[in-house]
Design a binder for this molecule. Structure first.
Ligand code: SPV
Ligand code: MN
Length: 622
């Protein structure tokens, strides 16, 4: 350690740092302190007393406030920082390199000059917290150590709930440089604890140095290094190696009356049912957001959750639709609510199943119903993208394998989007490559989880477009290749929970997804037959009817089945046209183009054969 760094630290910080014997960590810290100029530096190890310190600090400095139920706190992000900021999240691009047009980039030199300027003195008067984490279970082939430097106790506290601490993993590095690092500052805060300089929000991803610099923000999707910032670095790393980093949940599926557990992963764009699928009653959860997948020694696919907590959307969590989460949110445990409405120490959120009070404290500050913001828009009592942060271990439905260093064997992969008029509720791909194609064609109508208009149909391959930092064709190629190397390939499915009738009413209930999931699991064991359509295999009416009776004691009419599983040829062809356009300027692997053309040919042939733009299952059987 240099004398200079030694002089910047107190003796406790010095001792904790010197145990690591890692000059790369030292250099990063010295550089960060010199640039950000904090009033003091505190190093957090895996010791409980250090971890408690962070939690208490968040309360002391007002980034969090205690609520009535023991362990519950609330945090508010700046009113203008309520979702991921795609516009100001950019990959620093070295001269001469190019990426797909969908990836937001900035010239590396220019971006660094800008952000270094903004970071100069950004922590003046504040405390710099230095935390060590591990992405993935400790002692695992999957694990990536990660260093977080931040001036936000809320960020450091959230990460404590969401990730495994990893000071011990840094010791095991024995001085090596194999870790990601993140420097974050919320920037100056106002009296309510909100970032003041949100207009200067910047999130710059530096693939050259496996680091992300993120400033003037607080919303976890922007600020927490280990969440979506590390996801981007890991996609880059995996791409240069032989594994996959995905925006996926992992869950244990437990078919009723059977002893077995089958593990599934699922990728859904934000706010499309990813967490609630992983939390379906009767099943177990490994993770709800980010997974690393590897070809295992026996040729199967193994995956781990790189997180150990949930940063979930709270809107519409109520005792009927999400009983497990609702229970968890209303009983004592360590839990951070964000951007809800607080009245008399009680949190309220949209869609919770009860009336919200007309006043309280929310992300705006002191809230009174009917208030307007500077743009003249009515301030909502709670934000639609309000969230809760908890440890998964706290849940009764946590899967026992969550911390297994070998992960779990994956038997099924689900791709789902918010699609009101095209795809069927559940469909199995024809094979691996066709499954990759289904994932690559994922589209979703936008939600409140990102800034911008809602309800616009957006394309997001594998629900990962916001995070892909390598050329798209390469990303797709890796998925195809991954399958080639698997001896036991997971089956791939697409789901759509959001199909509507012509009058705009949802055709399925929120809870119906349990049946789609159990059908998919049964397919792994060939327990259900399937009807082949031009776009993949769909369930037979009789199987679904029996399942609805068994699971929900309700009957499924043949009429509804025909409506749900109609192959909407015209709409599907239009979707293919959109895909062809999207993928035209990023030349795709030949195999991908072939799969796309084959699907088109099958759709045209079916339309000719049945002389109809909509093909109902009954037509395929007769
Ligand atoms: C998502 O939007 O996909 C999330 C929440 O999981 S965020 O942290 O904003 O990424
Ligand atoms: Mn996510």
């Amino acid at each position: 350690m240099t004398d200079h760094l030694r002089n910047l630290l107190d003796s406790e910080a010095y001792d904790k740092l010197s145990i690591l014997q890692n000059r790369y960590v030292d250099d990063i810290l010295e550089w960060s302190i010199k640039l950000c100029k904090p009033a003091r530096v505190t190093i957090i190890t895996d010791e409980q007393s250090d971890i408690d310190y962070v939690r208490e600090r968040a309360l002391q400095i007002g980034e969090e406030t205690a609520l009535n139920i023991p362990g519950h706190t609330v945090h508010f992000d700046c009113y203008r920082d309520q979702a991921r900021d795609k516009e100001h999240t950019r990959v620093l691009l070295p001269k001469g390199k190019t990426l797909s047009r969908y990836i937001n980039t900035i010239d590396r030199d220019e971006g660094l000059a800008e952000i270094y300027g903004l970071m100069d003195g950004i922590m003046t008067g504040k405390e710099m917290l230095v935390r060590f984490f591990c992405l993935g279970p400790r002692n695992s082939r999957f694990a990536i150590p990660a260093l977080q430097i931040t001036d936000s106790a809320y960020v450091a506290h959230s990460e404590d709930l969401l990730y495994r601490s990893g000071y011990s993993e840094f010791i095991k590095l024995k001085g090596r440089r194999d870790f990601f690092h993140f420097v974050h500052s919320a920037g100056p805060l106002d009296k309510g604890g909100h970032s003041v300089n949100h207009k200067l929000r910047r999130i710059y991803i530096d693939l050259e140095k496996d680091r992300v610099l993120s400033i003037n923000n607080q919303y976890a999707g922007n600020s927490l290094g280990l969440k979506k910032l590390a996801l981007r670095l890991a996609i880059h790393k995996a791409n240069h190696e032989d594994w996959l980093t995905e925006h996926m949940f992992i869950m244990g599926v437990h078919p009723e009356g059977k002893e077995r557990t089958s593990y599934f992963t699922g990728a859904f764009p934000s706010a499309c049912g990813k967490t609630s699928t992983a939390m379906i009653p009767g099943q177990t959860i490994v993770g709800d957001d980010i997974a690393y997948l590897r070809v295992w020694d026996d040729g199967s696919c193994h995956a781990v959750n790189i997180e150990s907590g949930i940063f979930g959307i709270i809107t519409d969590v109520n005792p009927i639709d999400d009983p497990l989460i609702y229970d968890c949110l209303t009983t004592p445990r360590e839990l951070i609510f964000s951007n809800v409405l607080v009245n008399n120490g009680k949190p309220f959120w949209l869609g919770m199943g009860q009336e919200l009070p007309s006043s309280g404290i929310n992300h705006w500050g002191r809230y009174q119903k009917g208030m307007k913001d500077e743009d003249g828009n009515e301030i909502p009592p709670a934000h639609k993208n309000a969230r809760y942060t908890i440890r998964i271990d706290e849940l009764d439905n946590v899967d026992p394998e969550i911390h297994n260093p070998d992960g779990v064997r994956i038997d099924g992969i689900i791709y789902g989007g918010r699609d009101s008029d095209t795809n069927v509720p559940i469909c199995q791909s024809l094979d691996w490559d066709h499954g990759v194609f289904l994932g690559a064609c994922l589209e979703s109508e936008t939600t409140a989880a990102t800034l911008g208009r809602e309800g616009v149909r957006k394309h997001s391959p594998m629900a990962n477009l916001d995070f892909v930092v390598v050329p798209l064709h390469q990303y797709i190629h890796n998925h195809l290749e991954f399958g080639r190397r698997l001896k036991r390939k997971p089956l791939i499915f697409s789901t759509n929970y959001f199909l509507k009738d012509d009058a705009g009413n949802y055709l399925t209930n929120k809870t119906d997804k349990k049946v789609w999931l159990l059908w998919a699991e049964g397919r792994v064991y060939n327990e259900y037959g399937a009807l082949e359509t031009p776009v993949g295999y769909i369930p037979y009416f009789n199987d679904l009817k029996r399942m609805f009776e068994k699971v929900f004691h309700k009957s499924l009419s043949r009429e509804l089945y025909e409506q749900l599983f109609a192959i909407r040829v015209e709409k599907l062809l239009r979707k293919l046209e959109r895909m062809e356009k999207i993928y035209a300027d990023d030349p795709m692997p030949q195999r991908f183009t072939d799969v796309l053309m084959d699907q088109k040919t099958r759709l045209f042939a079916a339309r000719d054969k049945y002389r109809s733009d909509i093909i109902y299952p009954a037509m395929l059987i007769s």
